[in-house]
Structure formats: structure tokens, C-alpha cells
Design a protein around this ligand. Structure first.
Ligand SMILES: Cc1ncc(COP(=O)(O)O)c(C=O)c1O
Length: 446
């Protein structure tokens, strides 16, 4: 153990980590990064196959983004955002409104994914209050959905492993079955599916819409819940239900936004007009923290009044619309255009599909799913019965260790291995990563 690691373990408590594990398997000290590679203090490198927690889009140390950050530092590093504003926030809001699904015209800034979600929940809640529908104060969310670790975001999440301990702290939300096609909660097979999970959601709405403020969902990919990729029709159908039952639709694009699914937003795969869209992570290409909640004029107008405490949205965060973060976000959007990032991703898809089909044939692979640059490989003890491995085996940890030996970062979600690389990944890098992943899975002997 190096001196740096000893000092890390003395004072630092890492997230999502049983710190006792760190004694046996200390964190890796990263000294620098370039492109999709992270370099440690011992001369090793790792492919950043999970985009440093689903954030990095254009690769590390990108000159365009770096220079934008440096340039902004020379002008203005931070300013309060009530009573004051700055150019980068104005420019970014204009750009976001331009590229977002129709109807989203107002931008509320915050500083991470959870705060973007909290903002949407509170805006939806207060909107109904402001227009006199005070009983509309509950939310519908999906089993296995994940929207962050703050109390409100956890209350509308359904990932037991993360939240169950805090259950008594959370407000109750209605839970609809997840569109988890491989393990259909409605007991259907793909060929017999008639979107029974949507019908179950409609039952909740029919009975309770007078109390419901909003439905919240991750579009097309339920990320932390297991990289569950669901049919586009499901998203269209829940958008229709939201309209039919007069409840808001909050689309959480924190993980899927900024090209991950092959389009700028996962929403762009379907023609929907959500009431709220939450963004973070990839917005700055993962360089700096920033959260955004977009909403409609209709919602904004319900708060717009002569000075009236009850109507005003009393909510904010210190680092709201941080100028350096906004500058990074603007530069990242420029890089999308200059490097034709979405075109590059499109070009990689055929090769990705071929490799994934190969991986599907491995004896412990139950399901393989992908959209854009997000891929998930679900491991099973028995391919036919879909029986899961015993969690006590800590298969995830074994995979993580085996991945590191091959210079790739695999942090499985339970028995689901996934790849979520920066969109700038080169063809030969992706080939290596897929080969290495196949080798890691192929060598598991449990
Ligand atoms: C869909 C989704 N929403 C919200 C969040 C929370 O974001 P943050 O970790 O920045 O609070 C995450 C984080 O993984 C996420 O995947």
C-alpha cells in the first residue's frame, strides 16, 4: 500500500463502498487521464469503460473543453444566481431549449442529477398547488427505477439494494411494474407481450389520478436498475397515459442524455412532449458538476405572479448554474457538432452488435441488450430457467477484479455487466474492450 493510499484510507469515506473491503482491495490512485484511458501511479492504464460513472462523453482531457474551462476561469468562476446572471448560463439555456423535446422552454439550473430530479418533483408538486389542485401530491414511479440518493429522489426510486434501509424515511409513491422484458414482471414472453405492464400503470392512474402529481421515468434505459433497455412503445404509451389522466411526465435523462442512446436524448427516439426533463452527468461531458431541469411555459406561468410567497418557487442550490460548468457544457455541445459525435456512434453500432451476438452465445449469458453505446450483459446460472447466481458468491466483485487485470472497468449491477464508454471511443478501443469483456465472462468458473 502506497503512502497516498494509506492517507486516503485514514480520512476518506468512499461512496457505495464497504470501507472494510478497501483494506484488502484499496482504491486505485489515478494520476491523469487522456481520451478514454485513466492512468494510475504505477504506470498502468484502464479503459474508462463506464465513463467515470456515466459522465464522460468526449474523452478525458479534451482540448476544446479544457480551454473553455480555463477561459472561463479567467473571467468569472462563480456568482450567486438570484438577482444576478451571467452569459454562459444564458447561452446554455438557449442551446438546451433548442435541442430539447418540443415544449420545454424554461431552464432551472442546479448542480447534480439528484437535485435536477428534486427540482422536477417539487415544481410538479407546487404547480398543482398553485393552480388550486392541492390534493395532487403523489408520484408514480417504476420498480427498479433510480433517480438519485437524496430523500425525494429515493422516494421515487425502486432499487431495493440502495434504498430499503431508508424506507421509513421516504414518502410513499405508487410503483408500477418495470418494463423489464427479459424478466417480465407480468409473466409474459416477448411474442405474447401486449404491454400488460402499461395496463398495470393505467390501473394506478385510473384509480388515483386525482391525487397524482407526476409519473417519473428514465427513458428507454433504466440504468442503475440493471441497464434495463425497454421498447420505445412503452415510453410513447406512458406519455399518452400522462396526458390522458392529467398528470405530469418527468423524464429523467440524467444517465441517457447527451448521445448515450445514439440520439441526443433518449426521448428523441419517440415523439413525446414531457412536462419536465432532468439532465446532468454528460451535460458537461463529465468535466464539472451541473444539473438542469427543463420545463414548459405552462408550468412556469403557474408560478408567475405579483410578489406572492405561496406562488414563488423557493428552491435553489449554492452552485446553481456555475459559470465554469456552463462553459464546459457549451464547449461539450460544440464538440458534438465539430466531431459529429452522434455520427461516430452510429458508425460503431454494426461492429458492436456483431461482438454482442458472440457474447450472447457464452454459457452463462442469459440476455444481451444494447442501445447506442449502452450495453448490458445479464449473467445467469441457468440459461434456460434464467436462475440467478447466489449473491453470496459476490460474482460482481470477481468480475471487477478480472476486468481490472485486462485494463477495463466493469462494475456490475448485481449479475449484470455493462459497458457505458465515452462516445469518443475509437473502433479499435471498442474492439479491445469487447474482446476483453468476452474473455472475462468466458473465464468465470462458478
Ligand atoms: C437516471 C438517474 N437519475 C439521477 C441520478 C442521480 O444523479 P447524481 O448521482 O448526480 O445525484 C442518476 C445517477 O446515477 C441516474 O442514473
Amino acid at each position: 500500500m502506497t503512502d497516498w493510499i494509506r492517507r486516503d484510507l485514514k480520512n476518506i469515506w468512499h461512496p457505495y463502498t464497504q470501507m472494510k473491503d478497501c483494506r484488502k482491495m484499496p482504491p486505485i490512485l489515478i494520476e491523469k487521464a487522456k481520451g478514454i484511458k485513466l492512468y494510475d501511479d504505477k504506470g498502468n492504464f484502464y479503459y474508462d469503460t463506464i465513463s467515470s460513472w456515466w459522465c464522460n462523453v468526449h474523452g478525458h482531457n479534451h482540448p476544446r473543453i479544457k480551454n473553455a474551462i480555463k477561459g472561463q476561469l479567467d473571467k468569472l468562476e462563480h456568482v450567486l444566481f438570484a438577482g444576478f446572471t451571467h452569459e454562459k448560463a444564458i447561452l446554455l439555456a438557449e442551446r438546451l431549449v433548442k435541442i430539447s423535446p418540443r415544449g420545454l422552454k424554461k431552464v432551472f439550473f442546479s448542480d447534480n442529477g439528484s437535485t435536477a430530479v428534486e427540482t422536477a418533483l417539487k415544481l410538479s408538486f407546487q404547480y398543482w398547488n398553485n393552480i388550486g389542485k392541492k390534493h395532487k401530491k403523489r408520484f408514480v414511479s417504476l420498480d427498479r427505477g433510480y433517480h438519485g440518493d437524496t430523500i425525494g429522489a429515493m422516494s421515487v426510486s425502486g432499487v431495493g439494494m440502495f434504498n430499503s434501509i431508508f424506507d421509513s424515511l421516504l414518502f410513499k409513491s405508487f410503483k408500477a411494474p418495470a418494463p423489464y422484458c427479459y424478466r417480465c414482471p407480468m409473466g409474459k414472453s416477448k411474442d405474447l407481450c401486449a404491454f400488460e405492464c402499461v395496463k398495470a400503470l393505467e390501473v394506478i392512474l385510473k384509480k388515483n389520478s386525482s391525487q397524482i402529481s407526476a409519473i417519473i421515468a428514465e427513458p428507454l434505459v433504466m440504468a442503475a436498475g440493471g441497464m434495463i433497455i425497454y421498447p420505445k412503445e412503452y415510453l410513447s404509451k406512458i406519455a399518452m397515459l400522462a396526458k390522458k389522466y392529467n398528470v405530469h411526465l418527468i423524464i429523467d435523462e440524467v444517465a441517457t442524455g447527451f448521445g448515450r442512446t445514439g440520439k441526443m436524448f433518449a426521448c428523441d427516439h419517440v415523439n413525446i412532449a414531457p412536462d419536465f426533463m432532468c439532465l446532468s452527468k454528460g451535460i458537461t461531458s463529465g468535466y464539472l458538476p451541473l444539473g438542469v431541469t427543463l420545463t414548459t411555459d405552462k408550468i412556469y406561468d403557474a408560478f408567475y405572479a405579483d410578489y406572492d410567497k405561496a406562488r414563488t418557487f423557493y428552491h435553489g442550490h449554492t452552485f446553481t448554474a456555475n459559470p465554469i460548468s456552463c462553459a464546459a457544457a457549451l464547449a461539450s455541445l460544440e464538440v458534438f457538432r465539430e466531431e459529429d459525435t452522434l455520427g461516430h456512434v452510429k458508425g460503431l453500432i454494426p461492429m458492436l452488435c456483431t461482438y454482442l451476438e458472440g457474447i450472447r452465445q457464452l454459457p452463462i449469458v442469459g440476455d444481451v441488450r444494447h442501445i447506442g453505446m449502452i450495453c448490458a450483459i445479464e449473467l445467469v446460472k441457468n440459461k434456460k430457467t434464467k436462475e440467478r447466481f447466489d449473491p453470496k458468491l459476490r460474482l460482481g466483485l470477481e468480475i471487477y477484479k478480472a476486468g481490472l487485470k485486462k485494463s477495463i472497468i466493469l462494475r456490475p449491477l448485481g449479475d449484470i455487466i455493462y459497458l457505458f464508454p465515452p462516445l469518443s471511443i475509437k473502433k479499435r478501443e471498442l474492439e479491445y474492450v469487447l474482446d476483453a469483456t468476452r474473455e472475462v465472462i468466458g473465464k468465470i468458473t462458478i
